[in-house]
Ligand binder design. Structure first.
Ligand code: BEZ
Length: 258
């Protein structure tokens, strides 16, 4: 996917704003080596670096990495695919904020790569969309597509249940220390056109299949359908559900730390 980098960073600024508490869960220590997996334009990597850790930001998008380098020239960034990246040294932690849900091809492969990059005892800390994430937005989208006689839009996200993701982490050689599955309604601060703006930024692939003359009426219909659940007097709210976890790489050869 090619990203509209500026829009991604500014129109829906809550992606970066939600990184703040996650850095506390990660608790980077001075001198630690930490990967930010799916680093986007580098905002979360910069927060980690402020705590004194050495950060390597990895992202599959050349556009995102170009912007990250421009914004944070003092940090290290690399273009790589989270499903198959390798590192020449062991890291103390891998962190990921609002990115794992884009890595749909093979979640186990991503976890395996993270495991491989960590030293035994290294931390994997992340936050992604969890089961039920954006449910109202997605139903409105699917309904509007159907009403317009279009085939169901392909949704490019992976929103696992806590049980599923915990199972994958355990199978992948991690001990799960914390797992939270929580609703987090989030104001679409600079998305005044609500669900329509959200789809333009986060599901451009679904729109690419739509005949150009239908795009505006289709998006208007999505807004009409989503408004009762998601529009407040103060503006639009995205029905986010977060899955937040902290896990530790098991010692080699151990079946469980407990
Ligand atoms: C999320 O952060 O939950 C999210 C962002 C974009 C698309 C889907 C979900």
């Amino acid at each position: 996917m090619h990203w509209a980098v500026t829009t991604y960073d500014t129109a829906f600024g809550y992606v970066s704003a939600h990184g703040a508490p996650l850095v506390d869960l990660l608790d980077p220590q001075p001198g630690e080596k930490i990967i930010d997996l799916g680093c986007g334009t580098g905002a979360f990597a910069a927060e980690i670096a402020e705590r004194g850790a050495a950060v390597l930001g990895i992202d599959g998008s050349p556009e995102m990495i170009a912007q990250a380098k421009a914004l944070h020239p003092e940090l290290s960034f690399a273009i790589d695919d989270a499903h198959c990246f390798t590192t020449s040294e062991s890291f103390d932690a891998v962190a990921s904020n609002a990115a794992l849900h884009w890595m749909t091809r093979d979640p186990d492969a991503v976890i395996a790569r993270v495991h491989e990059s960590l030293r035994p005892g290294g931390r994997f800390v992340g936050e992604l969309g969890g089961e039920g994430n954006c449910a109202e937005l997605i139903v409105a989208m699917q309904t509007a597509w159907r009403v317009f006689g279009l085939s169901e839009p392909e949704l490019p996200w992976y929103f696992p249940s806590p049980a599923e993701y915990a199972g994958r982490l355990e199978e992948g050689g991690f001990t799960v220390r914390l797992l939270e599955h929580a609703e987090r309604p989030s104001r679409m601060v600079e998305g005044p056109n609500g669900a329509a703006d959200w789809i333009r930024v986060y599901a451009p692939g679904a729109l690419a299949e739509v005949p150009p003359e239908l795009v505006e009426p289709l998006l208007q219909r999505v807004n009409d359908l989503a408004a009762p659940a998601l529009r407040r007097e103060s503006g639009w709210v995205a029905d986010y559900v977060r899955l937040r976890f902290a896990a530790v790489r098991k010692a080699d050869g151990s079946s469980s730390v407990y």
